[in-house]
Design a protein. Structure first.
Length: 460
C-alpha cells in the first residue's frame, strides 16, 4: 500500500470528482489519513502522560492536585472541540463539493465565533478556579496547587481553542500531517519546559501547568499559520472580496455543534461526578484513578485518530454527494479501529504495572492503577466502535441522536453502577462500571450504524 501524503490527496480528489474507488484504495486512504492523526492523538496524550510522570515523582499530594481538576480541564477543552467541529464539518462538505471559497468563508466566521467563545470560557475558568477543588471534594492539602493548575489552563484557553480550530480545519481538508507534526513538536516542548519549570526552577505543579501552557501556545500559533496562510484550500489571502457576515454559517454550526457542546457539558459533568465518587476513597485512589485514565488514553487515542479520518472521509463524501461510499467508509473505519484497539488493550493488560511505574514510584498507587487498567482492557474494542461510529455521524452532520446515546450511556449506566459498586469495591468498582458502560455504548452505536439512521443526514 502507498501511504504517502500525495497518494491520500489524489484519492480524496477522486472522491470529489466522482471517480470510483476500489476496496484497496479505500483502505489505503483510511490508513493514510489515520496514521498521522493517530500520531497526533498519541503525542497529545503523551504530553499529559509526561506531566503526570514528572508531577507523580513529587508525591501523592501533587498527583492528586492535578487529578482532582483533570476532568474539569477536559470539560473546558471539549467545549472548544465542539465549537470547532460545528464549523469544520461544514468546511468538509464544501471541500467535498469543490467549493473552496465558501469553505474559506466558513473558516473566517469560525475564527471570530470561537475566539469570542474562548474568551467567555476564560472568564468562567478564572472565576471558578479557586473554589473548584473544594466543589470536587478535595482537601486543603491539595486545593492551592489544584486551583493554580486550573487557573493557568483557563488563561491558555484562547490558544487551546485556536489550536483545536486550526487542526480541525486542516484535517477536514485532508491535511493530517501538519496537526501531527505540531503535536509532536508540542510534546517535545512540553518535556523541555516542564523539566525546566518543575525541576530547575522548582515550581512543582505550577511549573507543570506553565510548561504545558507554553507548549500549547507555540503549537496553536504554528497550526494557525499553516491553516490561515499556507493551506492551498483554506488560506484566507486567496479571497479579495469584502468579508460579509453570514448568519447561516453560525446557524449551521450551532445545529451541528450545539448537541456536541451540550454533550460535552453533560459528559464533562458526568466525569466530574465520577471524580466526586472517587474523591472520598482518598488521595491514593484519586491519584491512581488519574494516572490510570492517562495510561488508558494512550490505548484509545488510535481510535480517535481513526475517527478523525472517518469524519473527513464521510464529510467530504457527503459534500461530493457520494452516498455510495459513505457506508463503505463507515464500516471499514469501524473495523480497523476495533482491531487496533483490541491489540492496544492486550498490550495495556500485559504491561499495566510497568506503565503505572513510569508515572509514580508509590507502590499503593501503582498497584491499584494496574488493577483497574486490566479491568478496562477488555472493553477497548467496543470503545473503538463507539468512538468511530460517533465520528462517522459527526461527518454526516448527525450529532443530536449520537449525543443522546453518549449521555444515556454515561449517566444511566456508568455513574449509576459506579455509585453502587464504589461502596463495596472502591476504585475497582468504579472501573468495572466504566468497562460495562463502554461495552454498552459501543453496542448502541453499532446498532445505529447498522440501521442506517445516520445516513438520513447524508441524503439531505
Amino acid at each position: 500500500m502507498t501511504l504517502s501524503a500525495k497518494s491520500s490527496d489524489l484519492l480524496l480528489e477522486k472522491i470529489r470528482q466522482g471517480a470510483s474507488l476500489s476496496s484497496r484504495e479505500k483502505l489505503n486512504l483510511i490508513i493514510g489519513l489515520s496514521i498521522p492523526s493517530i500520531l497526533a492523538q498519541i503525542t497529545s496524550v503523551l504530553m499529559f502522560f509526561i506531566d503526570a510522570s514528572m508531577v507523580g515523582h513529587l508525591g501523592a499530594e501533587a498527583s492528586a492536585s492535578i487529578g482532582i481538576v483533570e476532568t474539569s480541564t477536559w470539560l473546558f477543552g471539549s467545549m472548544t472541540t465542539a465549537a470547532s467541529m460545528g464549523f469544520s464539518v461544514q468546511v468538509a462538505h464544501f471541500i467535498g463539493a469543490n467549493d473552496f471559497q465558501r469553505a474559506r468563508d466558513v473558516f473566517r466566521h469560525a475564527l471570530i465565533a470561537t475566539t469570542i467563545l474562548s474568551l467567555i470560557l476564560l472568564v468562567i475558568g478564572v472565576a471558578i478556579a479557586f473554589p473548584l477543588p473544594y466543589w470536587l471534594g478535595g482537601g486543603d492539602d491539595i486545593a492551592r496547587d489544584a486551583s493554580l493548575y486550573f487557573l493557568i489552563f483557563a488563561l491558555t484557553g484562547p490558544f487551546f481553542q485556536l489550536a483545536n480550530l486550526s487542526g480541525a480545519m486542516l484535517k477536514c481538508s485532508g491535511n493530517m500531517r501538519i496537526p501531527s507534526i505540531m503535536s509532536v513538536m508540542m510534546c517535545v516542548l512540553d518535556v523541555v519546559f516542564n523539566f525546566f519549570f518543575i525541576y530547575i526552577i522548582g515550581w512543582g505543579v505550577v511549573g507543570a501547568a506553565i510548561g504545558t501552557s507554553l507548549a500549547i501556545i507555540i503549537s496553536a500559533l504554528g497550526q494557525a499559520y499553516f491553516a490561515i496562510v499556507r493551506s492551498p484550500m483554506l488560506a484566507l489571502r486567496q479571497d479579495h472580496t469584502p468579508f460579509r457576515w453570514n448568519p447561516a454559517y453560525i446557524h449551521n454550526a450551532a445545529k451541528i455543534g450545539a448537541p456536541m457542546a451540550l454533550q460535552s457539558v453533560l459528559m464533562g459533568g458526568a466525569q466530574i461526578v465520577g471524580t466526586r465518587i472517587v474523591a472520598p476513597l482518598g488521595n491514593v485512589s484519586i491519584a491512581a484513578n488519574s494516572f490510570a485514565i492517562t495510561v488508558e488514553s494512550l490505548c484509545y487515542m488510535p481510535g480517535y485518530g481513526i475517527g478523525d479520518a472517518a469524519t473527513t472521509l464521510v464529510g467530504q463524501s457527503r459534500g461530493a454527494r457520494r452516498f455510495d461510499i459513505c457506508r463503505s467508509f463507515a464500516w471499514m473505519t469501524i473495523g480497523v479501529a476495533m482491531l487496533v484497539m483490541a491489540f492496544m488493550g492486550m498490550l495495556m493488560f500485559i504491561f499495566a504495572p510497568e506503565l503505572m511505574a513510569i508515572l509514580t514510584p508509590v507502590a499503593e498507587i501503582k498497584d491499584l492503577g494496574a488493577l483497574v487498567l486490566r479491568i478496562e482492557a477488555f472493553a477497548e474494542p467496543m470503545f473503538a466502535a463507539a468512538i468511530v461510529s460517533y465520528s462517522i455521524c459527526v461527518g454526516a452532520g448527525d450529532t443530536l441522536r449520537p449525543a443522546m446515546l453518549n449521555l444515556f450511556s454515561m449517566w444511566c449506566v456508568r455513574l449509576t453502577l459506579a455509585a453502587v459498586l464504589a461502596r463495596d469495591y472502591g476504585l475497582k468498582g468504579v472501573w468495572i462500571a466504566m468497562a460495562v458502560e463502554l461495552t454498552c455504548r459501543g453496542t448502541l452505536f453499532l446498532i445505529r450504524i447498522w440501521r442506517g439512521n445516520w445516513m438520513k443526514k447524508v441524503l439531505q
